[in-house]
Design a protein around this ligand. Structure first.
Ligand SMILES: Nc1ncnc2c1ncn2[C@@H]1O[C@H](COP(=O)(O)OP(=O)(O)OP(=O)(O)O)[C@@H](O)[C@H]1O
Ligand SMILES: O=C(O)[C@H](O)COP(=O)(O)O
Ligand SMILES: [Mg+2]
Length: 394
């Protein structure tokens, strides 16, 4: 990566605005997977050891520009304090007088965590005023939020218009690894796309079709494709305005000779709940009003064969609602297939990483990336906005 990093920068006594991705899976205020927090620790330690004042900033969830009590970063600050072995002071906002006073009182080596930056509508709009307010808190911008580097937001990109910007150690590591593995991947090359961010990620598929030999679709993403083929999908999660795009992508896969794999059976539930009534059905038999919450066993078998024979596999997005044990089998089955694959296996994304941890196969993956959507967009070969703004290494 030809970008400056904190290793090339004078940090002593500097106030550093360090953007991290602490958008971790959480249930009822309890962090269920801390991979993204642990991944940022080397950068935070490096900054502290060099005598910087570390101002951490992150988004959490999608609060849409408003304060949402359940989306405060308080549990994250507590957890990070434990990992660092030092108090991380959590503030109640990310800009304003309280924040300015707290920063003014910092000693070298102190760490504070700002409140969820997405409580301000200007964050996702990349509002210059908000970006300037962030920049005024610090002398240097360090971007270590690889997981959010595909977003051109005030705290990931806009801030770099006002203060020097360099990469953190996680950002560097992710780009070095993914760049190396994906520039000339060993073939067969398989991508697996699932999860719930269908609107965001379906757009990436067109580009993926120019790179991969096999594309496996599962999770919430599969329903839009199934409906586009004319199957009734009941009350399943679906993006109705992407049906035409799904049809076009299926055509393009055929033209390019890419094998597109779709579920042949699914686990359906009568409601979105852990104790819902459920049954496994063929995809042409989804009952009216029921929802597909996992891929079925026949589908797992089909996907497994392709995965184990691949030389490179990249996976983002769980195959089902794995947080509920009743709908975790498909995701665990695909995770086990990844474990059995002898090639390079890369898994990325906040929830996807939690899923391979739950399946107990995390240590068998070649690389665990903190980026989900970010890794997919990185694979497309574009420079991510949060990387583009960093200073080049002369
Ligand atoms: N069939 C389905 N219906 C509804 N939700 C689903 C279905 N399959 C998977 N999901 C949900 O998808 C969510 C994860 O999707 P997401 O796209 O956020 O993946 P990710 O790995 O976290 O990537 P990113 O880092 O980009 O967020 C999980 O919470 C899971 O319950
Ligand atoms: O989970 C992620 O992929 C990142 O934290 C980005 O979150 P977003 O999709 O809400 O921008
Ligand atoms: Mg997610």
């Amino acid at each position: 990566m030809n970008k400056k990093s904190i290793r090339d920068t004078d940090l002593a006594g500097k106030r550093v605005f360090c953007r991290v991705d602490f958008n971790v899976p959480m249930q009822d205020g309890v962090i269920t997977d801390d991979t993204r927090i642990r991944a940022a620790v080397p950068t935070i330690r490096f900054l502290r050891d060099a005598g910087a004042k570390v101002i951490l900033a992150s988004h959490f969830g999608r609060p849409k520009g408003q304060v949402v009590e359940e989306m405060r970063l308080t549990p994250v600050a507590q957890h990070l304090s434990g990992l660092l072995g030092t108090e991380v002071k959590k503030l109640n906002d990310s800009v304003g007088p309280e924040v300015e006073a707290a920063v003014a009182g910092m000693q070298n080596g102190d760490v504070i965590l700002l409140e969820n930056v997405r409580f301000h509508a200007g964050e996702e709009k990349n509002d210059p005023e908000l970006a300037k307010s962030f920049a005024q808190l610090a002398d240097l911008f360090v971007n270590d939020a690889f997981g959010a580097a595909h977003r051109a937001h005030a705290s990931t990109a806009g801030i770099a218009d006002y203060i020097p910007a360099v990469a953190g150690l996680l950002m560097e590591k992710e780009i070095r690894f993914l760049g190396g593995a994906l520039s000339r991947p060993e073939r067969p090359f398989t991508a697996i796309v699932g999860g719930a961010k269908v609107k965001d990620k379906i757009a990436v598929i067109e580009n993926l079709l120019t790179k991969v030999d096999h594309l496996i679709i599962g999770g919430g993403m599969a329903n839009t494709f199934l409906k586009a083929q004319g199957y009734g999908i009941g009350a399943s999660l679906c993006e109705d305005d992407k049906l035409d795009l799904a049809r076009t992508l299926m055509e393009q896969a055929k033209e390019r000779g890419v094998q597109l794999l779709m579920p042949v059976d699914v686990v359906v539930a009568d409601r979105f709940a852990a104790d819902a009534d459920k049954q496994t059905v063929s995809i042409d038999a989804i009952p009216e009003g029921w929802m597909a919450l996992d891929i079925g066993p026949k589908t797992v078998e089909l996907y497994r064969k392709v995965i184990v024979d691949s030389k490179t596999v990249v996976w983002n997005g769980p195959m089902g609602v794995f947080e509920m044990d009743a709908f975790a089998s498909g995701t665990i089955g695909v995770a086990k297939a990844m474990e059995a694959c002898q090639g390079t296996t890369i898994i990325g994304g906040g929830d996807s990483v939690a899923a391979v941890e739950k399946a107990g196969v995390a240590e068998h993956m070649t690389h665990i990336s903190t980026g989900g959507g970010a890794s997919l967009e990185f694979m497309e070969g574009k420079e991510l906005p949060g990387v583009a703004v960093l200073q080049d290494n002369e």
